[in-house]
Design a protein around this ligand. Structure first.
Ligand SMILES: NC(=O)c1ccc[n+]([C@@H]2O[C@H](COP(=O)([O-])OP(=O)(O)OC[C@H]3O[C@@H](n4cnc5c(N)ncnc54)[C@H](OP(=O)(O)O)[C@@H]3O)[C@@H](O)[C@H]2O)c1
Length: 259
């Protein structure tokens, strides 16, 4: 595995500007920690609704001036436009975007076991974050995706229609499938606009975070990754990626997942 302290991107060896969403906890926070060990990272913008209230991010920012934390709700198009404007004021381009914001459960929302539990309000809320936010983020950031760059969006294996054998989890599965189609379509457009760009959909494995916490009982210990391990595995895939990989839906171990 490539060392996240040395290799950031295969196609870009100069100082890099990086954006991570979902950065206040879980996999996003572990990605921020790992990225800050890499001297090629010139500036890292960490985004979440409560980024500036995250103690962990605050400690990292105190110790490392390359990190700036911004409170942004990625389901809010106006907030995304403001984020893009703010980034553009400081940098002409971004070399790496990792979209790690996502949800499986929340206030009054849990994955459905049966169609009788499907609710329109839940579908709308889960789709807004898991499916609409990544493509709206891509739209907002498009002017910054110049030259060699990777836009990696965290998806989930359960979003695979071909691999759906267990059923259940209607909103989460469908929102990830929708994300996959939206981002695959974006990958095709990005290739036409910027032949050095790469858009990836990544499945991190089952990772020990608040998102998976209620559903870990049947996961063998060896298949439940610490966030630090998941981050290292994802950064390894990103570091290897070339524009020819754009549009792939890849698991943590580098294998392709069926759509
Ligand atoms: N954990 C797993 O086992 C697993 C497996 C497969 C795929 N994934 C995917 O990996 C990604 C990260 O999961 P995780 O386990 O790290 O989740 P997590 O621990 O629950 O963290 C989710 C992050 O998203 C942010 N967020 C939520 N709503 C947001 C919004 N509207 N705007 C901006 N940020 C928002 C949260 O911060 P705030 O609350 O401060 O906004 C938090 O930083 C998700 O897309 C998930 O579907 C995870």
């Amino acid at each position: 595995m490539s060392d996240p302290r040395t290799v950031l991107l295969r196609e870009h060896h100069a100082p890099a500007h990086v954006l991570v969403t979902g950065a206040s906890r879980g996999i996003g926070l572990a990605l921020v920690r790992a990225l800050l060990t890499n001297p090629q990272v010139a500036q890292l913008t960490a985004v979440a609704r409560h980024a500036t209230r995250s103690e962990a991010l605050g400690d990292l920012a105190l110790a490392d001036a390359r990190l700036q934390c911004l409170d942004v709700d990625v389901t809010d198009e106006t907030a995304l436009a403001a984020l893009a404007g703010r980034l553009r004021a400081h940098h002409p381009s971004l070399q790496l975007v990792i979209h790690a914001a996502g949800m499986l459960h929340g206030d009054g929302i849990g994955p459905e076991k049966s169609v009788t539990q499907v609710r329109r309000a839940t579908l709308e809320q889960v789709f807004a974050l898991n499916a609409f936010a990544p493509i709206l983020l891509a739209r907002a950031l498009l002017p910054l995706l110049e030259g060699p760059c990777v836009f990696a969006s965290l998806s989930a294996r359960v979003g695979s229609i071909g691999d759906n054998r267990l059923g259940g989890w209607y909103a989460y599965r469908a929102s990830k499938a929708a994300q996959n189609q939206l981002m695959k379509t974006f990958a095709i457009e990005l290739a036409r606009r910027n032949r050095r760009g790469c858009c990836l959909l990544l499945h991190p494995g089952t990772v020990d975070t608040g998102l998976s916490a209620p559903f870990q009982a049947n996961v063998p210990a060896a298949r439940l990754f610490a966030p630090e391990r998941a981050a290292a595995q994802l950064l390894h895939i990103i570091a290897q990626a070339t524009p020819q990989d754009s549009g792939r839906f890849i698991a943590w171990d580098g294998t392709d997942i069926p759509w």
